[in-house]
Ligand binder design. Structure first.
Ligand SMILES: [Zn+2]
Length: 235
């Protein structure tokens, strides 16, 4: 984690991580990353997102449940900015957020002179307040458009390449497949597949239970789009 973009990417990833699935080592890594996000180590203030965050509750002292709470907060704050911004830009809103919601933070600032002509800016306070303040700084410097909401699964992600539309390959191919299946060619293909499957089934019945009547065809219930990964939407 070196640049401001790296830090923003970490915050977005953190917001979308399934903390319940983390193993012991993953928790350790998460705490290390949180310290780096706050500004542990060296880097210019621009890289650090404007300031070094110092908190009495900075990991490793932070408990798992505090991190759960922090994560929910980060996800909410990010969505408040990203989804609203997307709506302003004409993107379709998929998650409704109260417009202009206030996110109060209490942070104490101190500036320390560094090498001639430079100053180090240090903020102290609660982990949540520092995290959110830094997040706003990062969104301001890196740009809100760096964070996108995946139209397939509603997870937030930062683009690895320009014009990336979906959070990962799985979501992209899922949507591509869906749109192809709803095209005339795709519909014909799906119908042919169903017919072939039905034939196979009837042949199996005739082989394994001669004389038995095959069960009538029952169309499978269609899975609704984005039925997986709706953690964020259910809130
Ligand atoms: Zn996705």
């Amino acid at each position: 984690m070196k640049t401001a973009s790296d830090r923003l990417a970490f915050a977005v990833q953190f917001a979308g991580t399934d903390l319940d699935s983390l193993r012991q080592g993953d928790w350790t890594n998460l705490r290390d990353d949180l310290r780096r996000y706050m500004g542990e180590g060296t880097g210019t203030l621009a890289d650090l997102g404007g300031f070094v965050g110092l908190s009495s509750t900075t990991p490793p002292k932070t408990t798992d449940s505090e991190l759960h709470k922090l994560q929910a907060e980060v996800d909410r704050v990010l969505r408040g900015v990203v989804v609203e911004a997307g709506r302003e830009a004409g993107g379709g809103p998929r998650v409704r957020i109260q417009r202009g919601k206030r996110e109060p933070t209490t942070v104490r600032w101190s500036a320390y002179p560094q090498s001639p002509g430079t100053v180090s800016l240090v903020a102290s306070g609660h982990l949540r307040d520092l995290f959110v303040t830094k997040l706003y700084f990062l969104l301001g410097s890196v740009g809100v458009e760096a964070v996108q909401e995946c139209p397939a699964c509603t997870r937030l992600f930062t683009r690895a390449v320009r014009h990336q539309k979906y959070c990962n390959r799985k979501c992209a191919s899922k949507v591509n497949l869906e749109s192809w299946l709803s095209s005339p060619k795709g519909k014909r293909y799906a119908a042919a597949q169903r017919k072939a499957a039905r034939k196979r089934y009837e042949r199996t019945v005739a082989e394994k239970a001669p004389g038995a009547k095959p069960a009538p065809y029952k169309p499978r219930k269609k899975a609704t789009r984005g039925s997986t990964g709706t953690r964020a939407r259910s809130r």
